[in-house]
Design a protein. Structure first.
Length: 542
């Protein structure tokens, strides 16, 4: 038996808050051997990320503290280690891929500068060599047009592209231990398969160990040698991956294994009226160059798409990051400029003035991917939900609006007594329910749902899908459901549009698309979603 690379013994993490002491992690122990992948799994709030941040001593002390426990890396104690020793280890011997790249990347620095910084600090490379290594890393993680992306800023990249940049930064110095905190949450299924294969290859090539933190048990089954299951700050079960999946002993582990979005999409009534329709819709963004900033080309984000959505129907839109899914949704809501007729209940809204369009906003709503980013941290839940009511002059007075807020919170499964709290006091799933309530309180007829479950645990995803189906049945809502998670799309959509590079690859009834896809690209998506091992790095090149 060789000594483990990382050893965590009886680790506890407490947070001091105005409301008292919170025991976030309670006396957990685990080891990561050399060349081994250990998965730390559990739902949001179970203590996974707090445990990972403790390894690199990145928690906000003195708010966070370790009342007891030990963390050793190659025999060196990390808790209480001098800052100089920790700096030498961070990013060099131990690297971390964080869950949310938009908040982890510096919005003021280019992609090249941010990756170069890691190479300058730990490798002392020259600017030319650092640039060459940065390009090599970006190509390694599958970032398209890597040379053109060097001067891009985080906001100019899609969520999946930003995550690939984070992975490139983490791998820059070929660390001995890679801590991957939900590294594929924001990625498409095909890119997810490629990234997981890449990480596995790099692990073998460099003898790298991995601590893989995730709520997606499908990934765990493909990646991990051993698994630790966490719940409420404790490790409730651990063992070899095969044993955990085949003969789980704890009720919570069985709960995680059973938590998958299920059920069938609701069928619209025969002859249901059209709510939204777009014909040959185009959204082209100009590419400007030169001193005079003249337009030299266009990015064809949406290039001639026709779609219709009927009352009580869900049209799912799937495709990789950058395929134009979100742009399509925003264009149909007239939130960005586009070409081509857009009709809402038979009325052409393509050229409506802002004043006339505002009156229709009540009927057309959107639920964004990241509820934490789309909900104002300065407003209470009641104020967030009430804002739309005030804008549209709904409710005779504050008491009447409060009654509407209470009603809609009950409809989405939130306790109305919490309406005076703020977004940071809620879990991810609860925040997404708030976002749905904000849209629903206006009693719209059409809602664009932009990746509404991508950042949620599987069990919470299933709850949100059930909620959306129930609301659709009650109010005959029309949904445009945008997602890269095909299991979720299958559970809620009647029709599916498959997009790639701004165009429709294939569309039709959901059963046909999922069970009998015609196009090779669609087949690759399905293979990646429903059998992750079936897709390699070249699967989507067909």
């Amino acid at each position: 038996m060789t000594d483990p690379l990382l050893k965590v013994e009886n680790l506890a993490v407490d947070f001091s808050t105005p409301g008292g002491n919170i025991n976030a992690v309670r006396n957990i122990s685990f080891e990561v051997g050399k060349g081994e992948t250990l998965a730390l799994v559990g739902e949001s709030g179970s203590g996974k990320s707090v445990s990972a941040l403790s390894i690199l001593q990145l928690l906000p002390y003195p708010v966070a503290r370790h009342p007891n426990g030990s963390i050793t890396f190659e025999g060196q104690e990390m808790i209480g280690a001098p800052d100089a020793d920790l700096r030498a280890i961070r990013g060099n011997d131990i690297a971390m891929i964080f869950q949310e790249p938009m908040t982890s990347l510096n919005p003021l620095h280019s992609i090249e500068k941010q990756i170069n910084e890691v190479l300058f600090v730990h490798k002392g490379l020259s600017r030319r060599n650092a640039r060459a290594r940065t390009l090599e890393l970006l190509k390694l993680v599958g970032l398209s047009d890597a040379e053109k992306r060097l001067n891009a800023y985080p906001h100019e990249l899609s969520g999946g592209q930003r995550q690939r940049v984070m992975i490139a930064m983490a791998l820059a110095n070929e660390p001995k231990l890679l801590i991957a905190d939900e590294p594929t949450t924001a990625l498409d299924v095909t890119i997810q398969a490629q990234i997981l294969e890449l990480l596995d290859d790099l692990k073998e090539k460099f003898g790298m160990s991995m601590l893989f933190i995730t709520h997606d048990l499908g990934i765990v089954r493909k990646m991990a040698d051993r698994v630790c299951v966490m719940n409420q700050g404790e490790i409730v079960e651990h063992g070899p991956t095969a044993q955990i999946f085949e003969t789980p002993s704890h009720d919570y582990t069985r709960h995680l294994l059973d938590a998958e979005p299920s059920g069938a999409a609701l069928s619209p009534d025969h002859g249901a009226p059209k709510i939204m329709q777009a014909d040959n819709l185009k959204v082209h963004f100009p590419i400007k160059a030169g001193i005079m900033r003249r337009t030299v080309d266009h990015v064809k984000a949406v290039d001639g798409i026709t779609v219709e959505i009927r009352e009580g129907q869900t049209v799912g839109v799937v495709g990789e990051s950058g395929s134009g899914k979100t742009t399509l949704g925003l264009a149909m809501l007239r939130l960005i400029s586009s070409e081509g007729p857009i009709e809402f209940e038979g009325q052409n809204i393509e050229n409506l003035r802002t004043r006339d369009l505002r009156a229709l906003r009540r009927e057309m709503q959107v639920v964004f991917q990241d509820p934490y980013g789309s909900l104002s941290p300065r407003m209470s839940i009641a104020q967030i939900i009430e804002e739309g009511l005030k804008v549209h002059g709904i409710g005779a007075n504050a008491a009447a609006r409060d009654e509407m807020i209470v009603t809609v919170m009950e409809e989405v499964g939130l306790d109305p007594a919490t309406r005076h709290r703020y977004p940071h006091e809620f879990s991810g799933g609860q925040r997404q329910r708030v976002a749905i309530a904000r849209a629903l309180v206006l009693r719209p007829k059409f809602i664009v749902l932009d990746e509404p479950t991508s950042a949620l645990d599987r069990s919470v995803q299933a709850q949100i899908i059930d909620l959306l189906r129930g609301l659709q049945e009650k109010y005959k809502l029309a949904y445009l459901f945008i997602s890269h998670d095909l299991k979720v799309v299958r559970a809620i959509s009647n029709r599916v549009i498959v997009m790639r590079d701004g165009r429709v690859v294939e569309q039709g009834p959901a059963d046909e698309i999922f069970d009998r896809p015609r196009e090779n690209y669609t087949k690759a998506l399905m293979a990646a979603a429903f059998d992750l091992a079936a897709v390699g790095g070249d699967a989507v090149s067909t």
